[in-house]
Structures are given as C-alpha cells and as structure tokens.
Design a binder for this molecule. Sequence first.
Ligand SMILES: Cc1cc2nc3c(=O)[nH]c(=O)nc-3n(C[C@H](O)[C@H](O)[C@H](O)COP(=O)(O)OP(=O)(O)OC[C@H]3O[C@@H](n4cnc5c(N)ncnc54)[C@H](O)[C@@H]3O)c2cc1C
Length: 399
Amino acid sequence: MLAYAVILVEFVLSGRFRSISARLGMDVTMRVHQLFARTALALALLHPFLYRGAFNPALPWDATRQFTLTDDFGALASGIAAWVLLPGFVLLAMGRDRIGFSYETWRWMHGLGAVLIAGLLLHHTLAAGRYSTEAPLAVLWAVLLGIAVLSLVNVYVFKPLLQRRRAWTVASVKPAGLKTWELTLQPDGHDGLSYEAGQFVWLNVGHSAFSLRENPFSISSAPGTGPALQFVIKELGDFTRTLGQVAPGTRAYLDGPHGNLVVAGRGEPGIALLAGGVGVAPLLGILRQLRLEGDTRPTSLVYGNRVAEQISYRDELDALARDHGTEVVHVLSEPPRDWQGRIGMLDAAVVRELFSAPEKRDWLYVLCGPPAMMAAVEDCLIDLGVPARQILSERFTYD
Ligand SMILES: Cc1cc2nc3c(=O)[nH]c(=O)nc-3n(C[C@H](O)[C@H](O)[C@H](O)COP(=O)(O)OP(=O)(O)OC[C@H]3O[C@@H](n4cnc5c(N)ncnc54)[C@H](O)[C@@H]3O)c2cc1C
C-alpha cells in the first residue's frame, strides 16, 4: 500500500505544478522524485515476501490466511506484471543517458510506462487486496489515481492548450560565446510572462504546443526590462545544436515560470552569485534586475569557465562592476597567456578565499553550474558556517 501511494504521488511531482516547483525548486523536486522512486521500488519488491516470508507468521484472526492471501491468478497476474516491470522502469530512468535514447523518446516511455504500471497496480490492489476492497480504501485509491492522471493531463493537455493562446515569436538568435547562443522571444499578441529573475521555463521552439520537444531553460533577462524574454543557451544535444539555425519569426511556446532560484524578497545584507559555464544564465537575470532596482547591497559574481571564449557578456559584466559595484571574478581553467584573472576551477579554495570573512556568513549565495562545482561550493559554504537556507542552487542536469 505504501509503495502504491508513493508511486501515485510521483505523478504529482512530475505534474509541473508551479506551487510545487516555485516553493521547493526543481532540484529538490527532482531529488524527492528520485528518492521516492527508489523507495517505492524497494517496498514493491519486498511486498510479496512480506506476505510469504518466514518473518510473517499467520495472523491470530486468520490462521489459514484465507483472508489475507489469494491464489486467484487473475488477481495476482497484474501485480506480478507490475512487479517485473517496475525495476526495469526505474533502472531505465536512472541510466537513460548511458542507454542512448533521445530525451523525448525516454519521456514518452517514462510517461506511458508510469501509466501502465499504475493501472496494473490499481487492478492488483482492488482484485487481490483484502483491505483495499473495503469501500474507504477503494475510494482512496481511486481518488489518488484520479489525481495522478490529472497531473499528466495537466502537463500534456491543459498546459499546451493554454500555451497556444499565449504564443511567442523568436525575435533573434545571436552568438553569446563559444557554442553558446542568446535567444530573444517576443510575446505574440499578449502582455508576456509574469516571472521573477532567476526562474526558468520549458521552452518549445518551432513545434506544436502539444509536442514533447521542449527543454528547460533559465530566463537570463530581468523582468523589469519589459515583456521580451532572453535566454543563454549552450549547445549540447539535438535542440541546442540547431538553435543557431532558428529563423526570427519562428513560433515558440513556454511553460512557466518555474523554480525558486529567486532573490526577490530576500533580506540578506549581501548577495554572492557563483556560476559555472552557462549556469550564469539565471544569475545574469538576477544581477540585471538588482541593477534595475538600484539595489545597494554588495554583490559578487564568481564566474568559472574553461577558456576565455566561453565567457558570455564580458562587456556587460565589466559595466556592472563599474556602475553597480558588483565584484566580478572570472576563473579560467585553461587561460590564455596574457590572462590576468584567477586560474583553476571554481572550487572550495576560491570560495574560501573570497567568502570566509565573518560578515559574509550572513549573505545569500546563489549557485548554478556543473554538478562537481555545485557540490564543492555547497560543501565549502556549509563548512564556512553559511546556513543552508541562505544557499539557493539549481542544477541543469540530474543523475
Ligand atoms: C532547470 C533547468 C534550467 C536550465 N537552464 C539552462 C540554460 O539557461 N541554458 C542552457 O544552455 N541549458 C540549460 N539547461 C540545460 C538544458 O535544458 C539542456 O541542455 C537541454 O535540454 C539539452 O537539450 P538538447 O535537445 O539539446 O539535448 P538532448 O541531447 O536532447 O539532451 C541532453 C541532455 O539534456 C537534458 N535534457 C534534455 N531535454 C530535457 C528536458 N526536457 N528536461 C530536462 N532535461 C532535459 C537531459 O539530461 C539530456 O540527457 C537547464 C536545465 C534545467 C533542468
């Protein structure tokens, strides 16, 4: 029963409900989704042994076990099918990058597989479960399944319908560094998106609103600059590698805003932004908005890249340092000969050097970058005594 309840909650976590993603953030939502999946798998695999195992003596009121166990194969078959499918389903999700499916193919399989397993489990629960056939529990299962299915309908039907009424148009696609593009969208006949700097959207460029070809990207523009939205996008796979060929005027659809990488409303006396590569995208939005609002708190941007050509918006960052007083620290692991800045990785040593002053323990730290950088920086900040509630982070990839 626990396994099935956890599986049904998984649908809600994938339902892209803004109330969840804006409160918990994508990172926590995905971590909980992964943790729940593993928990449900362990419980489900244990389930038959809990009935049959040596540690399960017959209950005093059911010495013959005729009330707790059934041998009706019709009732057991759906459970056995789900029991066999579930490990493969979870392992496929954990190893999807290594297996080599495209993200869209995997998403189709994940969605359909989840519905199939939930349906099999509902049948098994109602047909074989002694207690689950009692009206209150049967109603609970039906309601939970209804919520789960509605979560899917929300993502694949309701949201696309809404997106069709609020379409966007590609205004420009310009280079913004090595294999990196700046994409600008204009609202098409509506007043744009209400968002906070640092949030992200699921973006679909050039496909039907119902297409699964959508990817998450952080908004790099500031809400205060008007309705146009900007993104900084690095080439990685199918979509991002072809972004440079997208023509102005192409139709786009957005689902969002999502995420909690948001500094609006935070009262910390200083803000440090730490970016690895294209992780600078949401942090740019935050810095731009702070400058627009004339926020007088001290700000630092530590921006790590491999080579100098990867640094996006260098002139704008210089201007931020000059006009807004932002301390901009570039870190390069493969610097050119004449490089005056820091050399190496954006790691614990850099963080310790820049942020170990006692007053910086009260600052807000906003992190976005590759997993290794994030782990090193988060651990170091915690070691320096920065409370976890003052560290906001967003990962662009999940294992
Ligand atoms: C919250 C968030 C914000 C992001 N912001 C930015 C940004 O501002 N700039 C930027 O360059 N990149 C960003 N990314 C990463 C970006 O989403 C991927 O690089 C992009 O989706 C790759 O798509 P592709 O079709 O080119 O590559 P593919 O070959 O299709 O995918 C490569 C990998 O990207 C990931 N990915 C692909 N599609 C999705 C999807 N729909 N949902 C989740 N992950 C996916 C998967 O790990 C996949 O294995 C962000 C990711 C997340 C989760």
